[in-house]
Design a protein around this ligand. Sequence first.
Ligand code: SAM
Length: 227
Amino acid sequence: MEIFWELHADLPQQAPGSDALTAEVGPGRQTLVLARETEAQVFAIDLLPPFLEVLRERAESAGLSGRIRAQRMSMSDISFADASFDLIWSEGAIYNMGFLRGLRAWRRLLRPGGHIALTEACFLVPDPPDEVTEFWAESYAGMQDIDGCLASARVAGYRVVDHRVLPESAWWDGYYGPLLARSQALLGKYAGDRDAIAQIEQGILECELYRNHSASYGYVFYVLAAD
Ligand SMILES: C[S@@+](CC[C@H](N)C(=O)[O-])C[C@H]1O[C@@H](n2cnc3c(N)ncnc32)[C@H](O)[C@@H]1O
């Protein structure tokens, strides 16, 4: 966990995405952008307190703390009442529950006419190379292709409004680029610590896999309506 935090703390992002893309797909970018771009009250949840702490600090310095509430809560056990939200926004996170399971569980939280905007890693070709399927079988066994995700969304009770594949820059600019740079630095720092090195190298391999096979898989933005 310590290495995870040292690798990921204050990276610009914790998953592929970009301000421009989020603004284009919906009304704002994640918690800060959602608060900045709308007049909404935004509830942000995460399991890891340090991420919440960073968000609280950023909200404070952006003058947005009055409209952002950051709370430690599991996405699989959300304690808000039915129909509490107009919009659920979730980038690079639903895989923790699985796409269908997460969409089913969150459906009750939306008011009629509400929307959900989320990103999910998906296969982009029917027959990805073995290296890719082996990596993802290990990392996220439930990963589907786009048609599979669209079918899951409908099964979970949503209407599909839009979907689009994130550009490669959304992986590199704020996420894999900084993560690779930090990984190189930490390899030196942790030389001799086998567990730490293995964890850092796993991250580097993930970046290299994407560099070599970005045509085979990607992150996809889905906008779904709860009519
Ligand atoms: C890949 S990060 C994406 C974070 C952010 N949306 C972004 O794009 O930078 C996934 C996040 O999900 C959080 N997480 C993992 N399991 C969770 C759970 N059961 N409930 C709530 N958050 C969880 C992790 O702590 C992490 O912050």
